[in-house]
Design a protein around this ligand. Sequence first.
Ligand code: CIR
Length: 252
Amino acid sequence: MQRALVREIPNTFDRAITGKQGRVPDVELARLQHSLYRAALEGNGYAVDVLGGDDRFPDCVFVEDTAVVIGDVVVATNPGAESRVGEVAAVSTFFSDRLQLASIEAPGTLDGGDVMTLGETIYIGRSGRTNREGAEQLAGIAKDQGLTSIFVPVDGVLHLKSAVLPLDPKTVVVTPGTVDENLLSELRIVYEHPSERFRFSALPLTSGTSLVTSSAPKTNTLLRNEGYDLTPIDVSEILAADGGLTCMSIMY
Ligand code: CIR
């Protein structure tokens, strides 16, 4: 059975890191939205494991950034934001008796939001959070698992997956002008609607539908017209903290 690890919203979520000046997430609404996200995963056949939130770490709900699963290996990251480094321990402990453990070591830094595995290729964003050493360490681990790495410089956005969202193993939705699209030449690109920049996020599920953000209705219509089955959900308070749909779970 497909499983997903999620982590609850801490009481301190209104102090999560955000580039959106003056927009403070509403903690209670975020909790409601998070519970609907969990229910959507369960409704689509996932067994959901839940770690408790930790008030010392306002961003801990964004569990994706703390570990990357590649085959039977889970790579504990070294997050690029100092305030998030302590989030990793609980996630590593969770996986320690389930998968083989590897880790990104300082001076390498890496956030899981910069990692996108499609088929036999792993795209690693080189962002403000993921430095060259971190990207190279992950590429080495991925190579041992038979995957080829492509480094993608990411500028002006938080993570690779803030701007490039997989929909299926061959297709990504891209926010125009954010990455060098030559690096994505193995993939088919669909563009986020220009009036919805950074409001689209997607999480393809094994049931065949993709969770998508209801805040990007024009992009969603475009994708439906291409035949994608979409399940829109409202995650306004998650977007307010610069999160999206991939970042709240680790599939394993
Ligand atoms: C941060 O700045 O680290 C959080 N406020 C948002 C992290 C989002 N993570 C992700 O999309 N993978």
